[in-house]
Design a protein around this ligand. Structure first.
Ligand SMILES: NC(=O)c1ccc[n+]([C@@H]2O[C@H](COP(=O)([O-])OP(=O)(O)OC[C@H]3O[C@@H](n4cnc5c(N)ncnc54)[C@H](OP(=O)(O)O)[C@@H]3O)[C@@H](O)[C@H]2O)c1
Length: 302
């Protein structure tokens, strides 16, 4: 075994998942990739057993760092760890487009396996619906990957209830990963649907991509490449660069006001809000810092 005899007196955190987007160090203010491998190893020492990534996070870097970190972990420990990644966002000259076609999913999976240095992916998720591709074509690819052992389970992300119903007819979908936090609760009905249909609901962005942490105040300003410029929550009078193609318009100031109602430790309160919903199977928190990870796991309630 080792890794210090798999961290003596290990406390596991069955509902916690480490969101590996910020640790790529790309597109997130202040994140550093130098510490990413240490962070993943520390997470395992602390009992984290679920890691969520995607090809598009850091344009391959997040998967690569995760693969590198896990390749140094003894297989007896690795057996208990789930790596979840995604498919269907194509990176073309720095531009991201949707592609859930049969061929692209097979290629995307092959490249993820290489970056992750694995023979199989425990949970493989459609990252976003692709309006241009019939869902049954995407599921043909997923079912093939399942049959040949490249993936162990199928999940979806950012689906609504009608699309979930369709997906369930096409393959053994076991999870649905969607946005859910104190400020953004559109998935409430979907959580019920998943629970009633024995599908794991996985909540992402429980800290509203940092807005529910002390780091984001009214004075917060973004770097040019900060991915949160695309998040309508952060639109301070248009200064984040969000334009009309976002259907949702959310007032940053009213979000800050609502956040102030959470109390002193907004991180803790925001996570309590999500964990209190027992119909949520897993909560993904993204961080690039060991001290933040330790703070969250020390709360002891996820
Ligand atoms: N399926 C999808 O479409 C989708 C979309 C978005 C996200 N996700 C997944 O869900 C994961 C989590 O969501 P997210 O990363 O978007 O947002 P999040 O977890 O709500 O927030 C991440 C932000 O919170 C900060 N943070 C974390 N812990 C903190 C603490 N204790 N104190 C202060 N700040 C703290 C992080 O900064 P530091 O780095 O400084 O800690 C980072 O800026 C992602 O990493 C990704 O795996 C999936």
């Amino acid at each position: 075994m080792t890794l210090n005899e798999y961290s003596k007196n290990l406390n596991s955190h069955p509902r916690f998942g480490l969101g590996c987007w910020p640790l790529s160090g790309k597109g997130w203010k202040g994140a550093t990739s130098e510490s990413a491998i240490d962070l993943i190893i520390r997470a395992i020492e602390l009992g984290v057993v679920f890691f969520d990534t995607a090809p598009v996070y850091g344009f391959g870097l997040s998967e690569k760092l995760l693969g590198e970190a896990l390749s140094g972990i003894p297989s007896s420990i690795l057996d208990g760890i789930t790596v979840a990644t995604k498919c269907g966002l194509k990176i073309d000259n720095g531009r991201v487009t949707h592609d859930l076609s049969y061929d692209f999913i097979l290629r995307d999976c092959e490249e993820s396996l290489k970056r992750l240095k694995r023979d199989t992916i425990e949970l493989y998720q459609l990252h976003w619906p692709d309006p241009q591709t019939p869902l049954d074509e995407s599921f043909k690819a997923l079912n093939r990957l399942l049959d040949d052992g490249s993936i162990k389970k199928i999940g979806v992300c950012n689906f609504d209830i009608p699309l979930m119903k369709k997906a369930l007819e096409l393959g053994p979908v076991c999870s649905c990963q969607n946005l859910y936090n104190y400020l953004q609760q559109k998935s409430a009905e979907l959580i019920e649907f998943c629970y009633d249909n024995n599908i794991d609901f996985i909540a992402y962005s429980p800290l509203a991509q940092g807005l529910l942490t002390p780091s984001v105040t009214a004075e917060y300003r973004f770097a040019k490449n900060d991915i949160r410029r695309l998040n309508p929550l952060f639109d301070i009078n248009g200064s984040t660069g969000i334009k009309a193609d976002h259907k949702e318009s959310i007032n940053f100031t009213s979000c800050l006001k609502k956040k102030s109602r959470l109390g002193n430790d907004t991180v803790q309160e925001a996570l309590i809000f999500v964990t209190n919903n027992r119909k949520i199977s897993r909560i993904l928190v993204g961080t690039s810092r060991v001290k933040h990870l330790e703070q969250i796991l020390n709360y002891g309630f996820i």
